[in-house]
Write a protein that binds this ligand. Structure first.
Ligand SMILES: [Mn+2]
Length: 310
């Protein structure tokens, strides 16, 4: 068995967010021991350092978007960095940064998969669907729009970041943990047929059944990309994000979600985004995120052959 190599790519920016501070996320994740946690799971880690890009000008929206030129700059740089790691056969682990970076990260993964003829399934772990457009958004913050951009709804430069039109179709996505969707966005999510597993469904059928449904009919050679917005976690143990929403998955529910993704053995790229150290308490949210990522890379209580069938 060849050893997996994960390439950490820091993207220290908050140009897409409604609060300052996510730009400090990459360093907080390093301080919380991300590299050591991955190494414990038998993953070789190469920290490629942080990408460079423009600062946050903190301006109001222009034509429905805040900081679009800066958002574009960061996403272009990230797209190239993720592409380079995929081409080198490494697993890109993007340390955000706010979730606007999902456009560049998932965009690069999608182009890589499409060129390799490999099916892709994206797991969007988040309190929000991030499916806003300039017309629907109340704020103009691009971190609320990456999924829409990836699916073809957004400014041309972002939609065509990979040069070949929209990166994803709605059916390539599974959204888990959703509990806050803007009113207009809700209709658009419905109209586009996104596969959303909201908190009510997790309450009603449990995380296990939710993940079984979200992982159903996974083709053998699928590349799984996990876009982990730290606001997916319940704020009781993960307060260090700009957009906390009460009523998220419990610690164990979140861990089960990660463990079931790990069981597939097909997770091939990851984003960790929206961690905001300025709002955290003694780096506890970063530590919680690192523990979740360790589960995603196979940490479990007991040695298991594979997940029980029914
Ligand atoms: Mn998000």
């Amino acid at each position: 068995m060849t050893e997996k190599v994960a390439a950490l790519i820091g993207a220290p920016t908050d140009v897409g967010a409604g609060a300052r501070g996510a730009s400090m996320g990459p360093e907080a994740l390093r301080v919380a021991g991300l590299a050591r946690a991955l190494a414990r799971q038998g993953v070789q880690v190469e920290d490629t350092g942080n990408l460079a890009g423009p600062g946050n000008p903190w301006q109001p929206p222009l034509d429905g978007y805040r900081h679009l030129p800066e958002v574009l700059h960061w996403n272009r740089t990230l797209f190239d960095a993720v592409t380079a790691q995929l081409q080198a056969g490494r697993m890109p682990v993007m340390l955000g940064g706010d979730h606007c970076l999902g456009v560049g990260s998932v965009g690069a993964v999608a182009r890589h998969c499409s060129r390799a003829g490999r099916p892709l399934r994206v797991f969007w772990l988040d309190a929000h669907t991030d499916f806003n457009t300039a017309h629907l958004t109340p704020s103009g913050n691009v971190h609320g729009m990456p999924v829409a951009c990836l699916c073809g709804f957004g400014p041309d430069e972002l939609v065509n970041l990979g040069g070949a039109g929209p990166a994803l179709r709605a059916r390539d996505l599974r959204m888990i943990g959703i509990r806050s969707v803007d009113r207009q966005e809700r209709l658009f999510v419905h109209e586009q047929g996104l596969d959303v597993y909201d908190m009510r469904m997790i309450d009603e059928i449990g995380m296990r059944a939710v993940m079984q449904a979200a992982l159903a009919d996974l083709p053998e050679n699928t590349h799984i990309h996990v876009s982990f917005d730290v606001d997916f976690l319940d704020p009781s143990y993960a307060p260090g994000v700009g957009t906390t929403v009460q009523g998220g998955p419990t610690w164990r529910e979140a861990q089960l979600c990660m463990e079931m993704l790990a069981d597939t053995g097909q997770v091939a790229s990851l984003d960790i985004v929206e961690l905001n150290p300025a709002l955290d308490v003694r780096n506890g949210t970063a530590e919680a995120a690192v523990q979740m990522v360790e589960s995603l890379f196979g940490k479990s209580t007991l040695v298991r052959e594979k997940a029980p069938k029914t």
